[in-house]
Ligand binder design. Structure first.
Ligand code: ZN
Length: 107
């Protein structure tokens, strides 16, 4: 048995809508957690994708004169960041399409 978050009445585990107040009852174990993970994963990836090329570029520029070899390696690293950003953009588009189809907000 679980409790309705709106009226507090005991409702059956399988119930989707509360029989007494018609509140939509979502399973917090499955849906909310999945959404939570998705939101944080996407935000973290977005952060990394935005910061990584920027930091890489700054380091590459400042290292160019002193350490040309290291600078070249970091440039590769920041290129990876740009590629990640592109992949994230695709992921964002896929999420957006999935969001429209399923009605669940990922972002
Ligand atoms: Zn209720």
């Amino acid at each position: 048995m679980k409790r309705c978050p709106r009226c507090g009445k005991q409702v059956d585990e399988e119930m989707i809508i509360c029989p007494s107040c018609a509140e939509r009852l979502q399973d917090p174990k499955t849906q909310t957690k999945t959404e939570f993970v998705n939101v944080h994963l996407v935000r973290w990836l977005l952060f990394v994708a935005l910061v990584l090329p920027l930091v890489g570029f700054i380091i590459a520029v400042s290292f160019r004169k002193k350490y040309p070899i290291i600078s070249k390696e970091i440039s590769k690293f920041s290129t990876f960041g740009v590629a990640l950003l592109a992949m994230l953009f695709i992921l964002g588009v896929v999420c957006y399409i999935a969001m429209i189809l399923t009605g669940v907000a990922f972002l």
